[in-house]
Ligand binder design. Structure first.
Ligand SMILES: [Zn+2]
Length: 333
Protein backbone atom coordinates (compact mmCIF):
# COMPACT_ATOMS: atom_id res chain seq x y z
CA UNK A 1 0.00 0.00 0.00
CA UNK A 2 1.35 3.42 -0.98
CA UNK A 3 0.07 6.68 0.45
CA UNK A 4 0.73 9.94 -1.35
CA UNK A 5 -1.05 13.19 -2.26
CA UNK A 6 -3.55 12.86 -5.11
CA UNK A 7 -3.36 14.93 -8.31
CA UNK A 8 -5.69 15.94 -11.15
CA UNK A 9 -4.82 12.63 -12.83
CA UNK A 10 -6.75 10.91 -10.01
CA UNK A 11 -10.04 12.78 -10.49
CA UNK A 12 -11.82 9.87 -12.21
CA UNK A 13 -10.72 7.38 -9.57
CA UNK A 14 -11.59 9.82 -6.75
CA UNK A 15 -15.04 10.37 -8.24
CA UNK A 16 -15.66 6.62 -8.51
CA UNK A 17 -14.63 6.21 -4.87
CA UNK A 18 -16.97 9.01 -3.77
CA UNK A 19 -19.92 7.63 -5.79
CA UNK A 20 -19.29 4.10 -4.39
CA UNK A 21 -19.11 5.41 -0.84
CA UNK A 22 -22.37 7.37 -1.19
CA UNK A 23 -24.11 4.36 -2.81
CA UNK A 24 -23.05 2.28 0.22
CA UNK A 25 -24.77 4.87 2.51
CA UNK A 26 -21.44 6.34 3.66
CA UNK A 27 -21.94 9.79 5.17
CA UNK A 28 -19.56 12.08 3.27
CA UNK A 29 -21.85 15.02 2.62
CA UNK A 30 -23.73 13.81 -0.48
CA UNK A 31 -27.05 12.12 -1.26
CA UNK A 32 -27.49 8.99 -3.40
CA UNK A 33 -27.45 8.79 -6.39
CA UNK A 34 -24.45 11.05 -6.87
CA UNK A 35 -23.92 12.08 -10.51
CA UNK A 36 -20.45 11.61 -12.01
CA UNK A 37 -20.39 15.29 -12.98
CA UNK A 38 -21.15 16.44 -9.44
CA UNK A 39 -18.45 14.14 -8.02
CA UNK A 40 -15.90 15.43 -10.53
CA UNK A 41 -16.81 19.04 -9.75
CA UNK A 42 -16.35 18.39 -6.02
CA UNK A 43 -12.85 16.95 -6.50
CA UNK A 44 -11.83 19.69 -8.95
CA UNK A 45 -12.69 22.29 -6.31
CA UNK A 46 -11.02 20.27 -3.57
CA UNK A 47 -7.81 19.94 -5.59
CA UNK A 48 -7.84 23.69 -6.30
CA UNK A 49 -8.14 24.26 -2.55
CA UNK A 50 -5.25 21.84 -1.97
CA UNK A 51 -3.16 23.79 -4.50
CA UNK A 52 -3.81 26.92 -2.39
CA UNK A 53 -2.47 25.06 0.64
CA UNK A 54 -5.83 25.02 2.43
CA UNK A 55 -6.02 21.21 2.58
CA UNK A 56 -4.06 18.05 2.00
CA UNK A 57 -5.72 15.23 0.08
CA UNK A 58 -4.00 11.87 0.33
CA UNK A 59 -4.70 8.74 -1.67
CA UNK A 60 -3.97 5.11 -0.81
CA UNK A 61 -2.89 2.98 -3.75
CA UNK A 62 -2.69 -0.77 -4.14
CA UNK A 63 -1.09 -2.03 -7.37
CA UNK A 64 -1.44 1.48 -8.84
CA UNK A 65 -5.19 1.46 -8.15
CA UNK A 66 -6.63 4.20 -5.92
CA UNK A 67 -8.36 2.33 -3.06
CA UNK A 68 -8.82 5.07 -0.49
CA UNK A 69 -8.59 8.76 0.25
CA UNK A 70 -8.65 11.16 3.18
CA UNK A 71 -8.50 14.94 3.55
CA UNK A 72 -6.90 17.15 6.18
CA UNK A 73 -8.42 20.64 6.31
CA UNK A 74 -5.66 23.05 7.34
CA UNK A 75 -7.31 26.43 6.85
CA UNK A 76 -8.98 27.27 10.15
CA UNK A 77 -9.98 30.50 11.86
CA UNK A 78 -7.11 32.77 12.96
CA UNK A 79 -7.84 31.78 16.56
CA UNK A 80 -7.25 28.09 15.72
CA UNK A 81 -3.85 27.92 14.03
CA UNK A 82 -3.14 24.65 15.87
CA UNK A 83 -6.27 22.80 14.71
CA UNK A 84 -6.95 20.76 11.59
CA UNK A 85 -9.97 18.72 10.62
CA UNK A 86 -10.14 15.23 9.14
CA UNK A 87 -12.80 14.81 6.48
CA UNK A 88 -13.81 12.76 3.42
CA UNK A 89 -12.06 9.63 4.67
CA UNK A 90 -13.20 6.69 2.51
CA UNK A 91 -11.90 3.36 1.33
CA UNK A 92 -13.20 1.23 -1.50
CA UNK A 93 -15.58 -1.52 -0.26
CA UNK A 94 -13.10 -4.23 -1.40
CA UNK A 95 -10.48 -2.79 0.99
CA UNK A 96 -12.53 -2.91 4.22
CA UNK A 97 -10.49 -4.51 6.97
CA UNK A 98 -7.25 -4.23 4.99
CA UNK A 99 -5.81 -1.50 7.20
CA UNK A 100 -6.03 1.04 4.36
CA UNK A 101 -8.19 3.36 6.47
CA UNK A 102 -5.84 3.25 9.48
CA UNK A 103 -2.81 3.80 7.21
CA UNK A 104 -4.51 6.87 5.68
CA UNK A 105 -5.29 8.32 9.11
CA UNK A 106 -1.70 7.75 10.27
CA UNK A 107 -0.39 9.57 7.17
CA UNK A 108 -2.88 12.44 7.66
CA UNK A 109 -1.79 12.76 11.31
CA UNK A 110 1.85 12.93 10.19
CA UNK A 111 0.92 15.62 7.65
CA UNK A 112 -0.82 17.52 10.46
CA UNK A 113 2.30 17.32 12.64
CA UNK A 114 4.41 18.50 9.69
CA UNK A 115 2.15 21.57 9.52
CA UNK A 116 2.52 22.12 13.28
CA UNK A 117 -1.04 21.15 14.02
CA UNK A 118 -1.55 19.72 17.49
CA UNK A 119 -5.32 19.19 17.57
CA UNK A 120 -7.39 17.12 15.16
CA UNK A 121 -11.18 17.10 15.09
CA UNK A 122 -13.66 15.14 13.02
CA UNK A 123 -17.24 14.01 12.95
CA UNK A 124 -18.47 10.59 11.91
CA UNK A 125 -21.98 9.27 11.37
CA UNK A 126 -23.01 6.90 14.15
CA UNK A 127 -23.30 3.88 11.83
CA UNK A 128 -21.45 0.89 10.45
CA UNK A 129 -18.39 0.74 12.66
CA UNK A 130 -17.09 4.18 11.72
CA UNK A 131 -17.12 5.36 15.32
CA UNK A 132 -15.34 2.21 16.57
CA UNK A 133 -12.70 2.77 13.90
CA UNK A 134 -11.80 6.25 15.21
CA UNK A 135 -11.95 5.18 18.85
CA UNK A 136 -9.49 2.39 18.12
CA UNK A 137 -7.12 4.96 16.61
CA UNK A 138 -7.08 6.94 19.84
CA UNK A 139 -9.77 9.54 19.04
CA UNK A 140 -11.96 10.65 21.92
CA UNK A 141 -15.65 11.15 21.55
CA UNK A 142 -17.30 14.33 22.81
CA UNK A 143 -20.80 13.02 22.22
CA UNK A 144 -23.51 12.60 19.65
CA UNK A 145 -25.58 15.21 17.84
CA UNK A 146 -28.94 13.66 16.93
CA UNK A 147 -30.47 14.22 13.47
CA UNK A 148 -27.28 15.87 12.27
CA UNK A 149 -27.46 14.95 8.59
CA UNK A 150 -29.43 12.95 6.08
CA UNK A 151 -27.88 9.58 5.27
CA UNK A 152 -27.21 9.14 1.53
CA UNK A 153 -30.04 6.61 1.20
CA UNK A 154 -32.43 8.74 3.28
CA UNK A 155 -33.40 9.31 6.91
CA UNK A 156 -31.75 11.58 9.42
CA UNK A 157 -28.83 10.14 11.38
CA UNK A 158 -26.75 11.12 14.40
CA UNK A 159 -23.13 12.25 14.23
CA UNK A 160 -20.39 11.66 16.79
CA UNK A 161 -17.81 14.38 17.31
CA UNK A 162 -14.21 13.23 17.92
CA UNK A 163 -10.90 14.86 18.78
CA UNK A 164 -7.30 13.82 19.25
CA UNK A 165 -4.37 15.74 20.65
CA UNK A 166 -1.19 15.08 18.69
CA UNK A 167 0.89 16.31 21.64
CA UNK A 168 -0.30 13.41 23.80
CA UNK A 169 1.39 10.02 23.56
CA UNK A 170 -1.66 8.85 21.62
CA UNK A 171 -3.83 5.77 21.43
CA UNK A 172 -1.32 3.27 22.80
CA UNK A 173 0.30 5.60 25.30
CA UNK A 174 0.80 3.07 28.07
CA UNK A 175 3.63 1.20 26.39
CA UNK A 176 1.84 -2.13 26.80
CA UNK A 177 2.28 -4.31 23.78
CA UNK A 178 -0.49 -6.18 22.03
CA UNK A 179 1.17 -9.40 23.22
CA UNK A 180 0.87 -8.24 26.88
CA UNK A 181 -2.77 -7.35 26.30
CA UNK A 182 -3.53 -10.73 24.75
CA UNK A 183 -1.77 -12.56 27.58
CA UNK A 184 -3.88 -10.79 30.21
CA UNK A 185 -7.03 -11.21 28.15
CA UNK A 186 -6.41 -14.99 28.08
CA UNK A 187 -6.24 -14.79 31.87
CA UNK A 188 -9.60 -12.95 31.91
CA UNK A 189 -11.08 -15.52 29.49
CA UNK A 190 -10.03 -18.33 31.84
CA UNK A 191 -11.91 -16.53 34.63
CA UNK A 192 -14.95 -16.21 32.34
CA UNK A 193 -14.82 -19.97 31.90
CA UNK A 194 -15.02 -20.38 35.67
CA UNK A 195 -18.18 -18.25 35.73
CA UNK A 196 -19.85 -21.05 33.77
CA UNK A 197 -18.15 -24.12 35.20
CA UNK A 198 -18.34 -23.09 38.87
CA UNK A 199 -21.41 -20.86 39.07
CA UNK A 200 -23.33 -21.37 35.81
CA UNK A 201 -23.31 -17.58 35.31
CA UNK A 202 -22.79 -15.49 32.17
CA UNK A 203 -19.15 -15.98 31.07
CA UNK A 204 -17.51 -12.62 31.73
CA UNK A 205 -14.12 -12.47 33.44
CA UNK A 206 -12.03 -9.52 34.66
CA UNK A 207 -8.55 -9.04 36.06
CA UNK A 208 -6.95 -5.92 37.57
CA UNK A 209 -3.20 -5.61 36.93
CA UNK A 210 -0.95 -3.18 38.82
CA UNK A 211 1.41 -0.76 37.00
CA UNK A 212 4.28 -3.19 37.59
CA UNK A 213 2.38 -6.07 36.02
CA UNK A 214 1.07 -7.97 39.05
CA UNK A 215 -2.47 -9.34 39.40
CA UNK A 216 -4.17 -7.44 42.23
CA UNK A 217 -7.76 -8.58 41.69
CA UNK A 218 -9.74 -11.16 39.73
CA UNK A 219 -13.41 -11.78 39.26
CA UNK A 220 -16.20 -13.25 37.20
CA UNK A 221 -19.93 -12.68 37.15
CA UNK A 222 -21.48 -13.66 40.51
CA UNK A 223 -24.92 -12.01 40.30
CA UNK A 224 -26.98 -15.14 40.79
CA UNK A 225 -24.72 -16.88 43.31
CA UNK A 226 -24.45 -13.83 45.55
CA UNK A 227 -27.95 -12.39 44.95
CA UNK A 228 -26.11 -9.21 44.05
CA UNK A 229 -27.15 -7.06 41.08
CA UNK A 230 -23.80 -5.25 41.24
CA UNK A 231 -21.62 -8.40 41.17
CA UNK A 232 -20.37 -7.98 37.61
CA UNK A 233 -16.91 -9.41 36.89
CA UNK A 234 -15.29 -5.94 36.89
CA UNK A 235 -16.87 -4.93 40.21
CA UNK A 236 -15.81 -8.23 41.83
CA UNK A 237 -12.23 -7.79 40.52
CA UNK A 238 -12.00 -4.14 41.62
CA UNK A 239 -13.47 -4.95 45.04
CA UNK A 240 -10.78 -7.61 45.59
CA UNK A 241 -8.06 -5.28 44.27
CA UNK A 242 -9.14 -2.52 46.67
CA UNK A 243 -9.16 -4.93 49.61
CA UNK A 244 -5.78 -6.36 48.59
CA UNK A 245 -4.12 -2.97 48.14
CA UNK A 246 -5.88 -1.44 51.14
CA UNK A 247 -6.96 1.47 48.95
CA UNK A 248 -10.22 2.40 47.23
CA UNK A 249 -8.17 4.02 44.44
CA UNK A 250 -6.53 1.68 41.96
CA UNK A 251 -4.21 4.35 40.55
CA UNK A 252 -2.20 3.28 37.49
CA UNK A 253 -3.92 -0.11 37.28
CA UNK A 254 -5.17 -1.70 34.06
CA UNK A 255 -8.45 -3.62 34.05
CA UNK A 256 -8.86 -6.41 31.50
CA UNK A 257 -12.40 -7.62 30.89
CA UNK A 258 -13.75 -10.01 28.27
CA UNK A 259 -16.86 -7.90 27.49
CA UNK A 260 -17.32 -4.15 27.05
CA UNK A 261 -18.17 -2.70 30.50
CA UNK A 262 -21.70 -1.54 31.31
CA UNK A 263 -22.48 1.95 32.68
CA UNK A 264 -22.31 0.78 36.32
CA UNK A 265 -18.87 -0.80 35.88
CA UNK A 266 -17.57 2.09 33.77
CA UNK A 267 -18.46 4.59 36.51
CA UNK A 268 -16.89 2.36 39.18
CA UNK A 269 -13.69 2.36 37.08
CA UNK A 270 -13.76 6.16 36.96
CA UNK A 271 -14.27 6.32 40.75
CA UNK A 272 -11.39 3.85 41.22
CA UNK A 273 -9.10 5.96 38.99
CA UNK A 274 -8.29 2.95 36.81
CA UNK A 275 -5.70 4.11 34.23
CA UNK A 276 -6.60 1.85 31.37
CA UNK A 277 -9.33 -0.56 30.34
CA UNK A 278 -8.82 -3.33 27.79
CA UNK A 279 -11.88 -5.26 26.70
CA UNK A 280 -12.71 -8.06 24.29
CA UNK A 281 -16.17 -8.26 22.74
CA UNK A 282 -18.32 -5.17 22.26
CA UNK A 283 -21.76 -5.07 23.84
CA UNK A 284 -24.17 -3.33 21.46
CA UNK A 285 -27.00 -3.53 24.04
CA UNK A 286 -25.46 -2.04 27.19
CA UNK A 287 -21.80 -1.23 26.40
CA UNK A 288 -20.61 1.99 28.05
CA UNK A 289 -17.21 2.27 26.37
CA UNK A 290 -18.65 3.63 23.15
CA UNK A 291 -21.31 1.18 21.97
CA UNK A 292 -24.33 2.70 23.72
CA UNK A 293 -22.74 5.19 26.13
CA UNK A 294 -19.18 6.49 26.08
CA UNK A 295 -18.60 7.00 29.79
CA UNK A 296 -14.92 6.10 29.99
CA UNK A 297 -13.90 8.88 27.62
CA UNK A 298 -16.44 11.49 28.69
CA UNK A 299 -14.54 14.77 29.07
CA UNK A 300 -16.86 15.84 31.90
CA UNK A 301 -15.17 13.39 34.30
CA UNK A 302 -12.13 14.74 36.07
CA UNK A 303 -10.49 11.36 35.46
CA UNK A 304 -10.30 9.84 32.01
CA UNK A 305 -9.45 6.29 31.13
CA UNK A 306 -7.48 5.05 28.17
CA UNK A 307 -9.44 2.36 26.32
CA UNK A 308 -8.27 -0.47 24.08
CA UNK A 309 -11.00 -2.61 22.58
CA UNK A 310 -11.28 -5.72 20.45
CA UNK A 311 -8.55 -7.79 22.16
CA UNK A 312 -9.38 -11.49 21.49
CA UNK A 313 -12.89 -10.20 20.78
CA UNK A 314 -13.95 -13.20 18.70
CA UNK A 315 -13.04 -15.67 21.40
CA UNK A 316 -14.81 -13.66 24.09
CA UNK A 317 -17.89 -13.19 21.89
CA UNK A 318 -17.99 -16.90 20.97
CA UNK A 319 -18.01 -17.92 24.63
CA UNK A 320 -20.99 -15.69 25.31
CA UNK A 321 -22.85 -16.87 22.21
CA UNK A 322 -22.27 -20.53 23.10
CA UNK A 323 -23.41 -19.92 26.66
CA UNK A 324 -26.71 -18.38 25.55
CA UNK A 325 -27.21 -21.07 22.88
CA UNK A 326 -26.72 -23.76 25.53
CA UNK A 327 -29.24 -21.98 27.79
CA UNK A 328 -31.77 -22.14 24.96
CA UNK A 329 -30.97 -25.84 24.48
CA UNK A 330 -29.10 -25.43 21.19
CA UNK A 331 -25.73 -26.98 20.38
CA UNK A 332 -22.66 -24.73 20.41
CA UNK A 333 -21.64 -23.22 17.08
ZN1 LIG B 1 -21.01 -4.19 34.43
Amino acid sequence: MQIAPVTHADIDALSTLLIETVAANGSVGFMHPLAEQEAQAFWAQALASAARGERIILGARQDDRLVGTGTLLLAMAPSQPHRAELTKVMTSPSMRGSGAGAALIAALEQAARDHRKSLLTLDAAVIDGATTFYRRLGYRSVGDIPDYAYKPLGGLGATRVFWKSLDAPGGQGSGNTRADDERWMRHALALAERAVSEDNEIPVGAVVVSPDGVVVGEGWNRNIAEHDPSAHAEIVAMRRAGQGLGNHRLVGCTLYVTLEPCAMCAMAMVHARIARVVYGATDPKTGAAGSVFDLLADPRHNHRIEVTDGVLAEEAGMRLTNYFRAKRGKSPS
